[in-house]
Design a protein around this ligand. Structure first.
Ligand SMILES: C[S@@+](CC[C@H](N)C(=O)[O-])C[C@H]1O[C@@H](n2cnc3c(N)ncnc32)[C@H](O)[C@@H]1O
Length: 434
């Protein structure tokens, strides 16, 4: 009788012998990471006896999202050879976005004319969470300038550039939900300069607007325009870029002094005909009052001086906000700024007869905004507690009691922090809608 041929894993005395062993190791590994929240499937694990490893492909909605590599002897996951968890997570998010976009476009397009019933609002909280309290399709225009990504680890709020982009994606995704179909999202962004860390190195740049553009494309927006906000020439020299060339004038050392920022314009799909918003508006006076005067910007280059304010290091000029609001919204519309700073967008909206909703995480900036705009504050997030003052002020005892009951029940049921947060927001909305 011929001897049964041993499998490679057996011949090599590996600890990981079968494809099932390999999958189980990956399942255990994934359970300890943020990927445990997603329904990940596995391709066929492959053995590589040259390097003594097993490679297990990961799939999400039938698409490959990365590989996890296991040392065949030690059974340990080799993180250097495996795909990075953050990269896998981003692939999942972009697959989710593509698939929800497909289902949405398959749904019948609504031609109903929506008039938002939101009042003016200043919300203190994190945009990615605070936005969840706003109803679907309640905003007519979004104009914002996101926080700056500081590439120097010691100054950065974000663990990595990937984490920064994840925050931007979460905000764009929620913004899409609250924006009325076919309406505009305008965003002011610029590349980030990474200063050189020693004399032997040169400075580099991160093309943040191009990465954010990709997110808009994946999250169900149509690209409309790239407006260049051009500042006076002197404005760019502060960045230090171009100084070296100015002194030495050697070819290849040339670096352009940045005097522009992008104002990128997107529209929420489905892009209903603009005519729909003009013809179907029940109030013709609004259309008349929203007409734009003769001296409007004719090209995509807008010359505007930057603004300075001792109270905030990175505001945009009121002139920029006013132009965007005039060109992309009607009188009485609701204009949202999820990264509101000291309220430049909100103030411009008010001046132009629009309603406003501004969200900002920093209490100091919120206080400056409140000094200039007469409106109640909705304070929904402080440290690890959810404070929803407005709710306790406005609702009678009966409602507030049920809110408290909800919190106790959820804690008792062992909800995780994130689940509790989501559930609380749902609870808040339920009470508000009563
Ligand atoms: C570039 S500034 C916007 C300034 C604003 N355009 C103005 O003119 O005042 C970005 C703002 O986002 C705020 N911010 C950062 N992370 C946030 C978050 N997760 N949610 C809400 N606001 C945030 C910062 O505190 C900062 O004020």
């Amino acid at each position: 009788m011929s001897e049964v041929k041993k499998m490679v894993a057996e011949q090599r005395n590996y600890s990981v012998l079968t494809t099932d062993d390999a999958k189980q190791i990956v399942i255990n590994y994934i359970q300890k990471t943020e990927l445990s929240n997603y329904e990940i499937e596995f391709g066929l694990p492959e053995i590589n006896d040259r390097y003594d490893i097993w490679k297990v492909p990961l799939l999400y909605m039938k698409e490959t999202i990365g590989d996890i590599v296991i040392n065949a002897y030690s059974k340990e996951v080799d993180e250097k050879l495996s795909s990075k968890i953050s990269v896998i997570r981003n692939r999942i998010l972009s697959i989710q976005a593509k698939s929800s976009e497909k289902t949405k476009t398959r749904k019948k397009r609504s031609k109903e004319f929506i008039i938002s019933n939101l009042d003016n609002m200043v919300i203190k909280g994190r945009a990615e969470v605070a936005l969840k309290t706003l109803p679907d399709q309640s905003i007519d225009l979004i104009f914002t300038s996101p926080p700056y990504y500081n590439a120097r680890k010691q100054y950065s709020e974000y663990e990595s550039y990937d984490d920064y982009l994840l925050l931007i994606r979460k905000v764009i995704r929620e913004c899409r939900r609250v924006l009325i179909d076919g309406k505009f999202f305008v965003i002011n962004v610029s590349h980030v300069l990474v200063p050189r860390s020693s004399r032997n190195e040169s400075s580099t740049r991160i093309a943040v607007p191009f990465d954010i553009h990709q997110i808009f494309m994946e999250e169900g927006f149509e690209f409309i325009d790239d407006i260049i906000w051009q500042k006076p020439e002197g404005a760019g020299w502060a960045s230090g870029r171009g100084r070296r060339f100015a002194a030495d004038r050697n070819p290849m050392q040339y670096k352009a002094v940045p005097v522009t920022e992008y104002v990128l314009v997107y529209r929420k799909k489905p892009c209903i005909l603009i005519d729909h918003f003009i013809r179907n508006n029940p109030n013709p006076e609004i259309i008349k009052a929203s007409k734009i005067e003769d001296d409007y910007e004719k090209t995509n280059v807008w010359y505007i001086s930057p603004a300075r304010d001792k109270r905030h290091p990175a505001i945009f000029p009121a002139e920029l906000a006013e132009k965007v609001i005039k060109y992309y919204s009607f009188v009485n519309d609701v204009v949202l700024d999820p990264f509101g700073g000291i309220g430049t967008t909100a103030k411009a909206a008010k001046k132009l007869g629009r309603r406003f909703c501004t969200i900002e995480v920093c209490d100091e900036y919120i206080q400056y905004t409140l000094q200039e705009l007469e409106v109640n504050l909705i304070d929904m997030f402080s440290e690890r507690k959810i404070v929803y003052k407005d709710l306790s002020d406005k609702n009678d005892d009966e409602d507030f009691k049920s809110f408290e009951h909800l919190v106790h029940r959820l804690i008792h049921e062992g909800y995780s922090k994130d689940e509790l947060y989501d559930a609380l927001l749902k609870g808040i909305n339920n009470i508000k809608n009563k």
